[in-house]
Design a protein around this ligand. Sequence first.
Ligand SMILES: Nc1ncnc2c1ncn2[C@@H]1O[C@H](COP(=O)(O)OP(=O)(O)OP(=O)(O)O)[C@@H](O)[C@H]1O
Ligand SMILES: [Mg+2]
Length: 217
Amino acid sequence: MIAVSELTKTYAGASSPIIDGLSLQVKAGQSASIQGASGCGKSTLLALLAGFEQSDSGSINIAGQPLQTLTTSQADTFRKNHLGVIFQQFNLLECFNVWDNVAFTARLKGNYDKARQTLLLENLGLAHHFKSPVSRLSGGEQQRVAIARALNHQPEVVLADEPTGNLDEQTSDSVSNLLFAYCQEQGASLVVVTHSGDVASRAQMQFRLHLGRLQAV
Ligand SMILES: Nc1ncnc2c1ncn2[C@@H]1O[C@H](COP(=O)(O)OP(=O)(O)OP(=O)(O)O)[C@@H](O)[C@H]1O
Ligand SMILES: [Mg+2]
């Protein structure tokens, strides 16, 4: 469950807020897509929802936890236990291979399951890359590793920033099917930021971010 109310964020030095009184609710098992012009604040919104950025005002409640009350280290622990984040720039651990990147959070959280991880990687077309260093993979392969890593520890909330931005049309189709189906089956709340109308249209709620607020599409 994600509940955001009257959220505001202005970056230091900016003349106007990038997020300006934004509200959003995504219940367990529901999905929301967010489209919008480059630079309108989509990644900023996800960074606020993940607790990487602090808001100026408003409230964010994720899986029953008000984020504003958490210290930096409490936010780290909270993310590990409840959130799956797919970053626009992947943020993979370069010194680890594919398997260890994907296992990382599940091992920390204590719900690592070899059979589940094998199936997830196979379903993402990474069966031949379990032991590959992530630095040797293509952009699209790295993106699928990032998706596997976000889903593998069975989070209650999944935040995906352009999860198919590096994929061809066919792979994008199958990967977004997996992402939406997984979240629905697991009862996870999903927020997908995307420039793809096809991906956006799979979400139950579709929004455009404009002038710091969400408009229903
Ligand atoms: N840490 C920061 N400090 C100051 N300004 C920032 C910071 N991060 C982002 N911005 C600015 O906020 C605006 C929104 O950036 P953001 O990355 O959220 O856009 P976006 O909608 O995700 O764009 P894209 O579709 O290109 O990924 C941009 O003008 C960016 O320069
Ligand atoms: Mg972005």
